[in-house]
Design a protein around this ligand. Structure first.
Ligand SMILES: Nc1ncnc2c1ncn2[C@@H]1O[C@H](COP(=O)(O)OP(=O)(O)O)[C@@H](O)[C@H]1O
Ligand SMILES: [Mg+2]
Length: 309
């Protein structure tokens, strides 16, 4: 749910500190009414802040770093801002599909069924809301790396699918990748203008960052594609734990231009919201979590006048 202040806050000229969305200090919600995706889109368009045709992938070699949570939450928030968003679930574990279409997981047709026929995408897309769709996954997607063994297939499979979705009127594709750098993920990298690497404060996650950055450069060069922009997102951040702060400072020093300034703080709200079949934006008690993902979404979509290039 987006409130008028969540949109008007983006248009302010001076930079404002990150605050909880809708946390205006007013007690009467009628002073800060809800704003529909249609209206929000209108405001962003007239401010020149609305861009279509984007594809953003969430990747990390490690599982459990917040890829799925971040992909689904970002796409959901984007849809509230009036972006027609699609989550492409590439992971055979289908966590994003479980989160967005829990009642349909047993009968979905996954990406692997249409990877070479993008025109068929509309047959398998699931409408989660009028502004958010899901290209679902199932165990069958574990064969994707075998199907995409030829370099040309890797270059075009997901790129063509995303182009097709953009021409269908979807403004934004968000790809939730499996924890690998297999052919499916290479294909996602080829399709993306932005890669987000969600990272937990531990050694394995950190070591994977350099490998992912190097591989991304090599993939772009091999296929003659522009290098996607890389963003590093620290998740499970707990300021009470020294390691969290040490990792944040390490990332800030080593990747000053890539690090997303606002880390995603650790919270039990994710599990609680998930249990209730809600997103954290529908879960009233999740104010700090909402603030973190609001900041991430506005940064990735370049919605904030103060952070826009
Ligand atoms: N910031 C966070 N704080 C606490 N738990 C989180 C956070 N982000 C994600 N989680 C939980 O951690 C688990 C792994 O997250 P997930 O997004 O599925 O990771 P991945 O897709 O990288 O495997 C999930 O149970 C999720 O609810
Ligand atoms: Mg996942």
């Amino acid at each position: 749910m987006l409130r008028r202040s969540d949109v008007s806050g983006l248009l302010a000229v001076e930079s404002a500190p990150v605050r909880a969305p809708s946390d205006t200090g007013r007690s009467d919600p009628s002073e800060d009414p809800l704003i529909s995706p249609d209206e929000a889109q209108g405001v962003l368009k007239s401010a020149g802040l609305f861009a279509s045709g984007r594809t953003i992938s969430f990747i990390n070699l490690k599982g459990g770093t917040g890829k799925t949570t971040s992909a689904v939450t970002t796409a959901t928030r984007a849809s509230e801002f009036g972006f027609r968003a699609v989550v492409l679930d590439l992971d055979a574990q289908a966590s994003a599909t479980f989160m967005l279409a829990p009642h349909e997981v047993d009968q979905v047709k996954p990406f692997i069924e249409i990877w070479d026929k993008p025109a068929k995408i509309s047959d398998i897309l699931i409408e989660v809301s009028p502004w958010l769709s899901l290209l679902p996954s199932s165990l069958d997607n574990s064969l994707l790396d075998i199907h995409l063994s030829k370099p040309l297939s890797q270059k075009t499979a997901i790129k063509d699918a995303c182009s097709h979705m953009h021409t269908m009127g979807h403004d934004l594709v968000v790809i939730d990748c499996p924890p690998s750098l297999g052919a499916g993920v290479i294909s996602a990298i080829c399709a993306s203008d932005t890669l987000v690497i969600p990272t937990t404060p531990d050694n394995f996650s950190l070591r994977g960052i350099d490998l992912t950055i190097e591989e991304t450069g090599a993939i772009a060069e091999t296929f003659g594609l522009p290098k996607p922009q890389i963003k590093i997102l620290l998740t499970h951040y707990d300021r009470r734990i020294k390691l969290s702060d040490a990792v944040y400072r390490h990332l800030q020093d080593k990747y000053p231009d890539m690090l997303i300034k606002q880390p995603i703080r650790i919270s039990s709200a994710y599990a609680q919201a998930q249990e209730q079949g809600k997103t954290v934006f529908q879960f009233a008690k999740a104010k700090k979590v909402q603030a973190d993902y609001h900041a991430l979404t506005t940064e990735l979509l370049r919605l904030n006048r103060t952070t826009s290039p």
